[in-house]
Design a protein around this ligand. Structure first.
Ligand SMILES: C[S@@+](CC[C@H](N)C(=O)[O-])C[C@H]1O[C@@H](n2cnc3c(N)ncnc32)[C@H](O)[C@@H]1O
Length: 287
């Protein structure tokens, strides 16, 4: 069995050598996991901005735990009202790239999010996006505790990670698989091939290599994290990239469908946060 140290070594090596390498089209390899097509732009953009609603707008230090290179423009907004953004990441390449974006607004610390080298109550705001799922399972709770410990009194934190087989994704995956099989059956072979590829890999960039990931489910969040600190589960984004690439297309009313999905997420944020693909965990440290 692979040890915790080996897992972290693999993850760091992956991001240094693959994930944060720029591809020929100007994006990092990591963007292969995102839907960056124009038809999805507004939806993805608005989902990124949801994080702002759960952060203190101003403060001294914002911690970005597992910052990567701060790869999307919306991420910059999270620390606009803060004096400094502390980028913490296990990957040196990530931090070098982050420094190209925010320069002296940032402080850059190579460290492990499960063992944060910061004093308690240091940060008025914290974000940790798509990072804790790279930890060995027995360190997930520890990482939440570290984020809670380092958050200042009255500070606010946002943590986003995909869920393990959430009900909505399981339901939609059934229809995606059926749709692909039917399409392959009724369409001539070359087109069928390109459609089934589209669901997982609509361009060459989407043929992504991955690294160690261990996701949790809503029950775990509520039981294991919720008993240790006050959390609220909101919706960051309810649908997977696979769903977007399969069903959302400009010529099939894609923009309209995404407006509808976004409206539903706003209307039922807790239900879709708990049952959709990506919950937003809002953590408020009491005074
Ligand atoms: C999927 S990327 C997300 C980056 C950024 N938060 C984003 O949303 O674009 C995960 C990041 O977490 C970092 N990471 C993984 N395990 C870590 C750990 N134990 N401690 C600190 N950073 C870690 C990786 O190096 C990588 O930069």
């Amino acid at each position: 069995m692979i040890s915790d140290t080996e897992i972290k070594h693999q993850v760091r090596e992956f991001y240094d050598l693959v994930g944060w390498q720029e591809q020929s089209d100007g994006f990092y390899q990591n963007a292969s996991y995102e839907d960056l097509r124009p038809v999805s732009y507004e939806y993805i953009h608005n989902c990124h901005l949801r994080v702002l609603r759960h952060l203190n707008p101003t403060g001294h230090f914002l911690l970005d735990a597992g910052s990567g290179p701060i790869q999307y423009p919306e991420y910059l907004e999270y620390s606009n009202g803060y004096q400094r953004r502390v980028c913490a990441d296990i990957s040196l390449v990530a931090l070098r790239e982050a420094r190209k974006r925010i320069g002296i607004h940032g402080l850059y610390v190579v460290c492990d999010v499960a063992y944060l080298p910061f004093k308690s109550n240091s940060f008025d705001g914290e974000v940790s996006l798509h990072t804790l799922h790279h930890l060995p399972p027995d360190e997930h709770i520890r990482a939440y505790q570290e984020l809670h410990r380092t958050l200042a009194k009255a500070g606010k934190a946002v943590i986003v990670n995909g869920l393990d087989s959430p009900p909505l994704t399981t339901f939609l995956d059934f229809w995606i698989d059926l749709f692909i099989r039917l399409h392959a059956f009724f369409q001539p072979q070359p087109e069928a091939t390109s459609l089934s590829q589209a669901s997982t890999s609509s361009t060459d960039r989407t043929k992504a290599r991955g690294t160690y990931v261990r996701k949790q489910n809503t029950a775990w969040l509520q039981m294991e994290v919720g008993r240790l600190m006050p959390i609220e589960i909101w919706c960051w984004r309810s649908v997977s990239v696979r769903f977007l690439r399969t069903f959302i297309h400009q010529h099939l009313a894609g923009s309209f469908l995404l407006k509808l999905i976004y409206w539903l997420e706003e209307r039922f944020p807790h239900f879709l946060g708990k049952n959709g693909q990506y919950p937003l965990i809002a953590l408020n440290k009491e005074t």
